[in-house]
Write a protein that binds this ligand. Structure first.
Ligand code: FAD
Length: 512
């Protein structure tokens, strides 16, 4: 019998592709009229300006086990990646900056402190082996046997000292890691900002790993974006699925998952149509799965765990069509794919805490993406797109930390976007004069388009330690199985979590 995948997010598509490649008959059902979930590219502002609606950085996909296994096939199906040799920088108020280029001497030249330069070099020397071990842990199925085997292998590779250092890193907060290693407060902030791509503000235990991997990984390998936009991956996956006998159906929203005698028998669409299957993969957040199973799964522990699943604070996206790159005070910033704005560790911590408390941060952390620096095909000649990710903002607004704005997202989103543009103007004065058009997406808008992004949570659920590894989405179910026979979960809410790496989709498909 065929398998059904509910949702065409990156994990759903990767799972479907893997099953189709193994000869399984598979149908993907997508509620929108287009595939990809958070990996899509659209003309959001003006004709000819291609904006990555959500994910822009495809490094996690390029580093994924699925890509390693099928890179050639994806290329045959049209996927094109663009390498980025200047992945990220941070702008600081005193017109200084820190920038990571794949040329280590260029990176070191943007550091002010000789001790920090020596530390960076030393960390880079041990990085390949450390990243390999961490990668095997982050790609390990969260089942007891498989995890123990992975940990044993890491112990053999790293020895006692290396393994304990890795454990300390895994438990550390971003602040603990950067302060343990670096002296310059601006450099510390620049590296810790990566934590806020997930929901790791500087003081949250378990948050050091992402800044570590992204900062040093950027040095070692640069970044990768999609040619013409991130949708290059989505299109290739759909084409691969269809070429192997699978189908992707659009405007096909699933309303119910059918269960008989503890096993799934298929799904019902909102139009009443029933499709039978003994294997159903839900590319959904826990709340989405529970909505489709109004009676629950019959397992109280699992159902309660799913109801208590915690989401992270939200994101706002601002997409700009520009007639020139931002006029950064520091001209070198025009050369980087990402420019982070987050001047200090305390600034990042405060902005996150304000969002957690329901307040619009006075000055949020910003990720300013400049994809057209490396891929001019996304805009008409000489023009540019800007991808501004505002981290973090509340899903539901209780107030404004600046004491200015009043109201819910539909009322305040354009004014809050003005605040963000003003914030960028401090580092790039005159930016506003280059804006041809803009498209603002509030956390509400993100969720309305994709119900997985609850409260605009871009990471599909908090990644704090108590909800990660063996506990994601629910203790005992981190390998994606559920108490309903034949029903599995994939997606950002399932171990190994968010990002374009599609780890859960690949792991679940392999287990099946
Ligand atoms: C704004 C933003 C920026 C990001 N930037 C990056 C980045 O630069 N790099 C990176 O690595 N990661 C980034 N991420 C994270 C990453 O994109 C996501 O973690 C990942 O793409 C989520 O994939 P998923 O498999 O969970 O599915 P989703 O993307 O959540 O897709 C799920 C799909 O299921 C569909 N669906 C939902 N309910 C139903 C139903 N009942 N019936 C049928 N279909 C249904 C939805 O319409 C959607 O298409 C970003 C995320 C966001 C939101």
């Amino acid at each position: 019998m065929s398998a059904i995948v509910i949702g065409s997010g990156i994990n759903g598509l990767v799972a479907a592709a893997e099953l189709a490649l193994k000869g399984r008959k598979v149908t993907v059902l997508e509620r929108l009229d287009r595939p990809g979930g958070a990996v899509r590219t659209e003309e959001l502002t003006l004709p000819g300006f291609q904006h990555d609606v959500a994910a822009m950085n495809l490094s996690m996909f390029a580093g994924s086990a699925f890509y390693q296994a099928h890179a050639a096939k994806l290329a045959e199906h049209g996927m094109e990646l663009v390498p980025v040799n200047k992945p990220f920088a941070s702008a600081f108020p005193n017109d200084s900056y820190f920038g990571v280029s794949t040329d280590i001497d260029a990176t070191l030249a943007t550091m002010k402190n000789a001790d920090d330069q020596a530390t960076w070099r030393a960390l880079m020397q041990e990085f390949p082996a450390r990243a390999g071990s961490l990668g095997s842990l982050l790609g390990s199925p969260m089942r007891r046997g498989a995890l123990l085997r992975t940990l044993w292998r890491i112990w053999r590779q790293q020895g006692s000292r290396g393994s304990l250092e890795m454990l300390q890193l895994l438990l550390s907060s971003p602040r603990q890691w950067v302060e343990r290693n670096f002296r310059d407060p601006q450099l510390q902030a620049a590296l810790a900002t990566w934590g806020l791509h997930l929901d790791f503000a500087p003081d949250i235990s378990g948050g050091a790993i992402f800044p570590y991997l992204e900062s040093l990984g950027s040095q070692a390998m640069g970044m990768v974006i999609g040619k013409g936009g991130a949708a290059t991956v989505t299109r290739a996956l759909v084409s691969l699925i269809e070429a192997h006998g699978g189908a992707v159906r659009y405007s096909a929203e699933v309303a119910r998952i059918h269960v008989r005698d503890g096993a799934t028998t298929g799904v019902e669409l909102v139009d009443g149509q029933t499709l039978t299957a003994n294997t159903v993969l839900a590319n959904l957040a826990p709340s989405g799965v529970l909505r489709l199973l109004p009676q629950g799964t019959g397992n109280a522990d699992f159902d309660t765990g799913m109801q208590r699943f915690r989401h992270a604070p939200g994101t706002m996206m601002i997409h700009l069509a520009l007639d020139a790159l931002p006029p950064w005070r520091v001209a070198a910033l025009q050369e980087f794919a990402y420019v982070h704005i987050g001047p200090s560790l305390d600034h990042l911590a405060l902005a996150y805490q304000q969002a957690q408390a329901g307040l619009l941060p006075e000055a949020p952390a910003l990720v300013v993406g400049q994809p057209t620096v490396f891929d001019p095909s996304r805009a008409p000649t000489g023009k540019h797109t800007l991808w501004v990710q505002v981290r973090c903002v509340p899903g539901e607004i209780q107030g404004d930390a600046a004491g200015i704005l009043n109201g819910a997202w539909p009322q305040v989103k354009e004014s809050y976007a003005n605040r963000v543009i003003d914030q960028i103007e401090q580092y790039a004065p005159g930016l506003s004069h280059h804006i041809l058009a803009r498209h603002v997406v509030s956390p509400n808008d993100l969720e309305a388009e994709n119900p997985n992004l609850v409260g605009g949570d871009q990471v599909g659920g908090s990644h704090h330690l108590a909800q990660n590894f063996l506990f994601r989405p629910v203790r005992g179910y981190a390998d994606g199985h559920t108490p309903v026979k034949g029903l599995h979960m994939v997606g950002a809410s399932v171990w190994p979590g968010a990002g374009t790496g599609a780890g859960s989709g690949y792991l679940v498909a392999q287990r099946l």
